[in-house]
Write a protein that binds this ligand. Structure first.
Ligand SMILES: [Zn+2]
Ligand SMILES: [Zn+2]
Length: 364
């Protein structure tokens, strides 16, 4: 009983407040450690292009040349298509003039008037223009078809050359991937070199300062550093290994909790035990076997699930100053105080009459 916490657990509001502040603190810790992790992670890694630069550049150059040709062909096709639009416009224009002239001519024949020679010439000129534009249009069409064939051919060549270049680059890709893996591992270790000691420090504080009022802060630090270490392991180390690390950590943590719960259940800590005893005395039941506490004025009381139904106003414990042993389990529940010789609660630490402290031991 040397380290009994006189301050107790605090009010409900204080506990809720502590919980939320600790959750907030955990988030801030994680934030801070994230910055740290990012800064370490900014170390520059290997560059793929430098690996390619050491290869023979010929296949790459050929591919570039083919792509250049392809672009040129596309450009020409676009230009021809533009001109075709122009030819089409002149054709349409000439066609309209022709149509007008033909209509005029038909009208003059119907009216028996002579079609003027100047109009005859204009009609001939329009027809010639129409035919010329049509010819140019056709020529452009032919050229576009030829260019398209060339383009398809180039496309095939490019596709083949891409395969050649990919094969050619493969050794460089492999070297680069090796270098990158090494880099990942290296940055992972750098990050761990900062975060792992923090994690271990927090774990040590949590496990060694069990009675410290600042324990929630240590717990926040432990959760934050544990999170960071897990993230680093996930980001930098081979997933194959990580899955084992993750599952083993999960098992260890679960076992830890289970051990704590089982240990509490079989041999509860003094604080928990006292809380249980207090509650039992309050309810007028034996703290050990939960049998009703038939003592003093309660001897004749009617017992319900919630406790005794008393008609007398008298408190159950000060009615009769006599030691009391539970008739069910034989535990001494009320006994005389060593100091003042009055009757006290045997399972609680202090005498209610003189305040003398008595050693309290476990249930057995
Ligand atoms: Zn009992
Ligand atoms: Zn006493």
């Amino acid at each position: 009983m040397a380290k009994r916490n006189r301050a107790g657990k605090g009010t409900f509001a204080q506990r809720v407040g502590t919980f939320f502040l600790c959750a907030l603190l955990t988030l801030f810790f994680i934030w801070l450690l994230d910055f740290l992790r990012d800064d370490v992670g900014n170390i520059e890694g290997p560059d793929r292009d430098t690996f390619y630069a050491e290869l023979d550049q010929a296949p790459e150059e050929l591919l570039k040349d083919l792509r250049r040709q392809q672009a040129e062909v596309t450009r020409q096709v676009q230009r021809k298509q533009g001109s075709q639009g122009d030819y089409k416009a002149s054709m349409e224009n000439a066609r309209q003039v022709m149509q007008g002239m033909v209509d005029l001519k038909r009208l003059s024949i119907e009216q028996g008037v002579v079609f003027p020679p100047s109009d005859q010439e204009a009609l001939a000129a329009a027809t010639a223009r129409f035919i010329a534009a049509q010819k140019q249009f056709e020529t452009a069409n032919g050229e576009i078809t030829a260019l398209n064939f060339q383009s398809y051919d180039l496309e095939d060549q490019i596709r083949e050359q891409v395969v050649v270049v990919t094969d050619h680059r493969r050794p460089a890709d492999e070297l680069f991937e090796d270098a990158e893996e090494t880099h990942e591992l290296k940055t992972g270790f750098y990050k761990l070199a900062i975060q792992l000691p923090l994690f271990l420090l927090a774990a040590w504080l949590v496990s060694s300062r069990k009675q410290s009022p600042y324990r929630p802060i240590y717990l926040a630090a432990l959760v934050a550093t544990f999170w960071e270490v897990s993230v680093i392991a996930w980001e930098h180390f081979d997933r194959e290994y990580f899955k084992y690390i993750a599952i083993i950590t999960a098992i260890v943590i679960t076992l830890g909790f289970l051990r704590y719960i089982l240990a509490n259940a079989s041999k509860p800590p003094m604080e928990l035990l006292l809380r249980r005893y207090r509650a039992s005395y309050e309810r007028c039941r034996c703290p050990i076997c939960d049998f009703s506490l038939r003592r003093g004025s309660l001897r004749e009381a009617v017992w319900t699930r919630k406790g005794p139904l008393t008609t007398a106003a008298a408190a159950p414990t000060d009615a009769e100053e006599r030691p009391y042993t539970c008739p069910s389990c034989g535990t001494i529940l009320f006994d005389s105080c060593n100091e003042c010789q009055k009757i006290r609660h045997s399972l609680l630490p202090s005498c209610e009459n003189c305040g003398a402290e008595h050693a309290t031991e476990g249930a057995s």
